[in-house]
Design a protein around this ligand. Structure first.
Ligand SMILES: Nc1ncnc2c1ncn2[C@@H]1O[C@H](COP(=O)(O)OP(=O)(O)OP(=O)(O)O)[C@@H](O)[C@H]1O
Ligand SMILES: [Mg+2]
Length: 113
């Protein structure tokens, strides 16, 4: 069984996350710039004219496909690398993945990760 780990993290934590994953042997990943909000519904900022709110905050989405027995390790690595104990640290979604194909070789499944 394979899983897609989808982590929404702070942009400034991307290098840190990539570094720990690389050191642990997880090299393949996809990175996307995204915008989102969590339960604080964005942030309020003070400005001369008063307060205004930004409801969608820039985040980075990391996608990493791993084997079932690697999920906990990767989740721990990401949490350790990107956590600051503040709101907005992000969230990790874990999806079961039905298949992967390496286009060059047509390999499927775990062989293709
Ligand atoms: N329920 C959700 N569904 C989809 N995406 C979400 C959800 N909650 C958070 N996200 C994504 O994760 C990003 C970071 O969320 P955030 O860390 O603020 O979550 P939170 O639940 O508000 O936790 P915290 O209280 O620690 O801030 C959001 O900008 C958004 O992209
Ligand atoms: Mg939040």
């Amino acid at each position: 069984m394979m899983y897609m780990i989808e982590a929404i993290i702070r942009p400034e934590k991307l290098q840190e996350a990539k570094g720990v994953l690389d050191d642990a042997g997880f090299h393949g990943l996809t990175v996307t710039k995204v915008r989102g909000r969590g339960r604080q519904k964005g942030i309020k900022l003070q400005w001369r004219a008063g307060e205004y709110s930004v409801d969608l905050i820039e985040k980075i989405k990391l996608e990493i496909v791993v084997k079932a027995d690697e999920v906990d390790r990767v989740v721990d690595l990401i949490c350790g690398a990107v956590g600051t104990d503040n709101v907005g640290d992000g969230k990790i979604f874990i999806h079961e993945l039905s298949d992967v194909v390496r286009i060059r070789t047509k390999e499927h499944g775990i062989k293709a990760i």
